[in-house]
Design a protein around this ligand. Structure first.
Ligand code: DAH
Length: 342
């Protein structure tokens, strides 16, 4: 009776396995559970062995084993067969046609701002400057007060600043690193700081995010003559030997005296064109002799030391060097534009 039942089960399950085709391959797992699972058919038979007599038990036991092996073998064979089919299907699906023409690789290009920053850093490092960085989220103290721009002073209006609260702001000038460096360094030293700056300003030549490069030299006996000769050297290396440089008196709260520096327009070589609005010259940077008040506020003895400083607009420099007429091109992230700059 039992032997017959086992034999029937075997035939029934084997037939069931044979019937499973590839599209229903998941049912193999169901069959596995149905036969070998916790309350599967064969498991139940094994459990039932307890009720058998001592002489029946080995006979039935070995029959159960042979049924188990037969089913297991058939299941495994079928699973293997489906695995192979699945693999072939995947290989077919993921086949790479190596004869197909390529779509081409989009190559990036150096961004013009990064390019002038690198050029200026190279020149300055060759002149003995160290490169430093400062925070873009800055305190009112370093951005303004330590630069001799007190709270409520009208000179603050020169820079329309993004305030985060009364004391924290997005730095409006890289000059903010001056006091930080003066507080921590022992003179003499020469530093430059390139980086992002922020002002509420937006038109074809202004962007709310822009870039500056600040320079600061502190030493005994530095003079306006040193500043002029250094900037002349720097400008000629950036714009070419034949560049004419003009120094004009100006005003900045942190320098006294202050100057602005113009160079002959590289597009027309001083003759006058649309880039320079017919003047033949382009305004490039502010500079000056560091106001002794600024030195003292940062703990530098203004009787012993003097300094000069300068601040470049990097976006403007990049625009002039690459004849870009709208600052927005620098921020559009258009690969076609970048590739033109190569
Ligand atoms: N911080 C000034 C600005 O953003 C530029 C500047 C002028 C920097 C004179 C200097 C300087 O270091 O000496 O308009």
């Amino acid at each position: 009776m039992l032997v017959e039942k086992l034999e029937n089960l075997k035939q029934e399950i084997l037939a069931e396995i044979d019937k499973v085709d590839y599209s229903l391959r998941k049912t193999l797992t169901e069959i596995r559970v149905k036969v070998f699972g916790k309350s599967g058919h064969l498991t139940m038979f094994s459990k039932g062995m307890r009720e058998l007599s001592a002489e029946e038990r080995p006979k039935v036991g070995s029959l159960i084993n042979s049924v188990r092996n037969a089913i297991e073998e058939r299941l495994t064979a079928k699973e293997k067969e489906f695995e192979n089919l699945e693999l072939n299907e995947r290989l077919e699906r993921e086949k790479v046609d190596i004869t197909e023409p390529s779509k081409g690789v989009l190559k990036g290009a150096y961004h013009p701002i990064l390019d002038v920053t690198d050029k200026l850093m190279d020149i300055c490092v060759s002149l003995g400057f160290s490169v430093v960085e400062g925070p873009e989220v800055e305190s009112d103290y370093y951005n303004f007060e330590a630069m001799n721009i007190p709270k409520n002073h009208p000179s603050r209006d020169m820079q329309d600043t993004f305030f985060i609260n009364d004391n924290i702001l997005l730095r409006s000038q890289t000059s903010a690193v001056q006091a930080r460096e003066m507080e921590t360094r022992k003179p003499p030293f020469k530093i430059i700081c390139p980086g992002k700056t922020y002002r509420n300003d937006s038109d074809s030549t202004h962007s709310p995010v822009f870039h500056q490069l600040e320079g600061l030299v502190i030493d005994e006996n530095v003079s306006m003559a040193d500043l002029k000769s250094m900037l002349t050297n720097l400008m000629k290396r950036l714009y070419g030997e034949d560049t004419t440089i003009r120094f004009r008196p100006s005003f900045f709260p942190f320098t006294e005296p202050s100057i602005e520096v113009d160079v002959s327009c590289p597009s027309c070589h001083g003759k006058g064109c649309t880039t320079c609005k017919g003047t033949g010259m382009l305004e490039l940077l502010g500079a000056g002799i560091v106001n002794p008040k600024v030195l003292e506020m940062s703990g530098i003895d203004s009787k012993k030391y003097r300094g000069f400083a300068f601040g470049f607009g990097l976006d403007r420099t990049a625009m002039i060097l690459n004849s870009i007429n709208n600052i927005r091109y620098l921020y559009r992230n258009d690969i076609r534009f970048l590739n033109q700059m190569k």
